[in-house]
Design a protein around this ligand. Structure first.
Ligand SMILES: Cc1cc2nc3c(=O)[nH]c(=O)nc-3n(C[C@H](O)[C@H](O)[C@H](O)COP(=O)(O)OP(=O)(O)OC[C@H]3O[C@@H](n4cnc5c(N)ncnc54)[C@H](O)[C@@H]3O)c2cc1C
Length: 404
């Protein structure tokens, strides 16, 4: 009979849990490792519902974890894909200023990207912009030729194949329900029975705060779910977008603004917006989970956040229910796109950590306790940066396990 005793259990079969399991198991430390995932498929949530962009490190404050991990992570990701036959395409990206008042923010991005060592980054004028994206409306842009597109579900499957080959036991349809700590070991109660482990790595994405709470880890943050909805552009207008077209983002908000993305498996997506979701896995406007909603609205941070961002929140909500409004925003960048060209697409839900003062955590955040590590905030570009974040997690876990 298979023993249920492990050295390390990783919770969550998204890209971060899998990258961490792969990194740990590749280091030949003879750990017995198990990864549990509540769904029947890997990468079904944030990882499988994202924009599929390999970011290059343009947006992030120099020295932040996002900046450090995005630049090294995108390089490592491309090398992994070359080695394992995962397709990607460096289609390039432009961040476009439409009006003069967006130029200071565009210059800041240029400075940040340069400080972060983003390869090939260049400020371009209108003429050069039109050579790259002939249908765009803009006065100036930042061109990032090494930004790419990829399917992160395919990447996750490739990580999982390496994990299995390294002896990691991946348990599907195994939801973590509770954690009981004893002196010698930790018991994880799951829908498939109990597991014993010496150490836990929490990569549960939208539920990472709940898993941390199971270990009585007092964290000053909660995951507030923000849905990002997409439209796809009808095939006959495919020619309007060559690569990736982004607006200059609002610096007060950690989301990048609705953009156009050429997808690796074909087609163009427009989005995502950022609307408060009424369930952590609320992929449609009508999805609601009463327990989760009550937990959100009884959190002080939610009210402080709402007070601070109510205007943006209402605009996002309005744009979510009005296709006309969504189209108007897209037309700022691409005037030739019309409402009739937009077909409702999918949606993803971002796990955004918010602190009790209502601040949206901008940087990656990993919280430790003596026998666990909790990945509390891993928004975009965490898929791009997955291999680099995994290295950081593993180095830190090794020191906890007395191996460094
Ligand atoms: C709309 C959107 C667009 C984005 N675009 C990009 C992009 O273009 N590029 C980029 O780099 N990043 C992007 N991101 C961010 C990126 O997708 C995430 O940072 C990344 O996928 C996080 O991975 P994860 O493994 O932490 O979370 P997830 O992929 O959400 O995985 C967490 C896993 O934990 C499992 N789980 C949860 N609770 C339990 C439990 N109790 N027991 C067992 N299993 C559990 C879940 O089922 C899930 O599979 C985007 C995100 C969104 C939502």
């Amino acid at each position: 009979m298979k023993s249920n005793n492990y050295d390390i259990v990783i919770v969550g079969g998204g890209i971060l849990g899998l990258a961490t399991a792969m990194e740990l198991s590749s280091q030949n430390l003879r750990f017995k490792i198990c990864l549990i995932e509540k769904e029947a498929e890997l990468a079904l949530h944030q990882t499988g519902h994202n924009s599929g962009v390999i970011h290059s490190g343009l947006y992030y404050r120099p020295g932040s974890l996002k900046a450090q991990n995005c630049v090294s992570g995108s390089k490592a990701l491309k090398e992994f894909c070359d080695e394992h036959g995962v397709k990607y395409d460096l289609v390039g990206k432009v961040v476009v200023a439409v009006t003069e008042d967006e130029l200071p923010a565009l210059n800041t991005l240029h400075e940040r990207g340069t400080a972060n060592g983003v390869e090939g980054l260049k400020m371009i004028d209108k003429e050069e912009l039109l050579e790259i994206e002939p249908y765009v409306n803009g006065i100036k842009a930042l061109h990032c030729p090494k930004t790419g597109i990829i399917d992160y579900r395919e990447v996750s499957e490739a990580y999982a194949a390496v994990c299995r080959n390294n002896g990691v036991s991946i348990m599907m349809e195994t939801e973590l329900l509770n954690i009981i700590e004893h002196n010698q070991s930790i018991v994880l109660e799951t829908t498939k029975g109990s597991l014993n482990s010496s150490y836990i790595i929490n990569c549960a994405g939208l539920y990472s705060d709940n898993v941390a709470q199971m270990m009585n880890k007092s964290i000053d943050t909660r995951i507030i779910p923000f849905r990002g909805e997409y439209y796809t552009i009808s095939q006959d207008k495919d020619y309007l977008v060559k690569g990736l077209i982004y607006p200059v983002p609002n610096p007060a908000f950690p989301f990048l603004g609705v953009h156009f993305t050429r997808m690796i498996n074909g087609g163009i997506e427009a989005g995502p917006n950022a609307v408060l979701a009424f369930a952590k896995e609320g992929y449609t406007m009508s999805s609601m989970n009463m327990t989760e909603l009550i937990s959100t609205v009884t959190y002080s941070g939610f009210w402080y956040m709402s007070y601070r961002y109510w205007r943006t929140g209402l605009q996002e909500f309005w744009r979510s229910i009005s296709k006309k409004e969504f189209t108007k925003d897209l037309q700022r960048l691409l005037p030739a796109v019309e409402e009739a060209d937009l077909v409702s697409g999918g949606a993803g839900v971002r796990a955004q950590a918010v602190d009790s003062g209502g601040n949206l955590l901008d940087d990656f955040n990993i919280v430790k306790s003596p026998r666990a590590m909790h990945v509390i905030n891993a928004p975009s570009p965490a898929a791009t940066a997955s291999l680099s974040i995994a290295k950081t997690i593993v180095a830190s876990a090794q020191s906890d396990l007395g191996l460094l």
